[in-house]
Design a protein around this ligand. Structure first.
Ligand SMILES: Cc1ncc(COP(=O)(O)O)c(C=O)c1O
Length: 369
């Protein structure tokens, strides 16, 4: 048997005709930049997220974070609190505008921002905090302090809720990614900034068009960061199915819990937390904490089981941020997770046989020790 980390061919097959029609529609119109498909997708996303949300498409989740920084006028002298256990873009957006990331550690079970550490790192210069909803489960948004602007990095968590509110719709600003592996993935790069304030939405709309809401009238210096009309047309079709895919991920997670309970290897492998309190998980990743992780990963690779390490190195210890002076031991939980975290396949369409094969392979690794 072969179990890739991610196999979305089934998703595509189920929508092949509708996606083909959507692409043909754009090709026939020859309207590739902005236009009706982008506008329709933005309004459908706003509806999906909640009444008071404005949704502004852009070229990637990374650009969404950068646009959020720009729209808040964050710059030199400002501090932005960033969890160190995340994808690079959560921090690079801060340094790209000349501000300083302030590193915080994460919770050991979820990998999400540790709100106690946030409280310790607040300063009069803290302009914003970027909680990341890692692996598709919301960070503890209610535990964040009042004052700094909250920017939800919801790249991995479209469809998750916190206290019933959609990811990217809780805070003043949210950032989404439509990278193909995300809960709502496109067929290439794409992203979106969300916000509540109509004036900020207008500013973001200008910033993604070189700061020119009206063509050739540049109010400020922005980016060229638009969501392609082709991607928008594809994403509109995919949005219609996303709730079902998330349910399938959740069903797979439940199945894994039963299989792991039977396998009786809890002293070797910790599973991601279940839904509790305000949290409703989408399992963009099913991330284990595994003893002897690297050897386990090789054992699984030898059995054609795909896995991934999110993340092998925390942000504060990346070479490009060395000048900020962080050192090993500064964020011990995140550093430990970098040593033992292992994501296993959980994609919609995965079969129970495949899940059994994965758990059997993990069990055989520990039993052989
Ligand atoms: C937490 C997080 N933030 C930001 C991004 C950036 O998104 P993109 O790849 O669309 O630029 C990603 C995606 O890789 C991510 O996982």
């Amino acid at each position: 048997m072969r179990v890739p980390l991610l196999d979305l061919r089934g998703q595509y097959a189920a929508q092949r005709d509708a996606i083909g029609e959507a692409i043909d529609g754009v090709l026939d119109s020859q309207h590739f930049i902005m236009g009706p498909e982008v506008a329709a997708f933005e309004s459908e996303m706003a509806e999906f997220l909640g009444d008071d949300v404005h949704a502004i498409g852009c070229a990637s989740g990374s650009d969404a974070l950068l646009l959020a920084m720009m729209a808040l006028d964050i710059g030199p002298g400002d501090e932005v609190i960033v969890p160190v256990y995340s994808f690079f873009a959560t921090a690079s957006c801060v340094t790209r505008v000349g501000a300083t990331p302030v590193w915080v550690d994460v919770e050991p079970d979820t990998g999400n921002i540790d709100t106690d550490d946030v409280a310790r790192k607040l300063s009069p210069r803290t302009k914003a905090i970027i909680p990341v909803h890692l692996f598709g489960r919301s960070a503890n948004l209610a535990g964040l302090p009042d004052g700094p602007v909250i920017i939800e990095d919801a790249a991995q968590s479209l469809g998750a809720t916190f206290a019933g509110v959609q990811s990217a719709a809780w805070a003043q600003l949210g950032c989404l990614s439509f990278f193909p592996s995300k809960n709502l993935g496109g067929f290439g790069d794409g992203g979106m900034v969300t916000c509540k304030d109509p004036a900020m939405a207008r500013r973001l709309d200008g910033l993604r068009r070189h700061g020119a809401p009206v063509k050739y009238a540049h109010d400020e210096v922005g980016l060229n960061s638009r969501l392609d009309a082709l991607q928008a047309a594809i994403l509109r079709v995919r949005l219609r199915a996303v709730a079902g895919w998330i349910e399938a991920r959740r069903a797979n997670a439940q199945q894994y819990r039963a299989l792991f309970a039977d396998a009786q290897i809890a002293e070797h492998v910790a599973l991601p937390p279940e839904d509790d309190g305000p949290y409703w998980h989408t399992y963009n990743q099913f991330n284990l904490r595994a003893r002897d992780r690297d050897a386990l990963r090789s054992h699984l690779a030898a059995r054609d089981i795909g896995t991934a390490i999110y993340y092998p190195r925390p942000l504060h210890l990346q070479k490009c941020f060395a000048h900020l002076g962080a050192k090993p031991g500064d964020c011990p939980v995140a550093e430990a997770m970098c040593q033992d975290a292992l994501a296993i396949p959980v994609f919609p369409g995965m079969t129970v046989d495949q899940q059994e094969y994965v758990v059997d392979a993990i069990r055989s690794f520990y039993l052989a020790q």
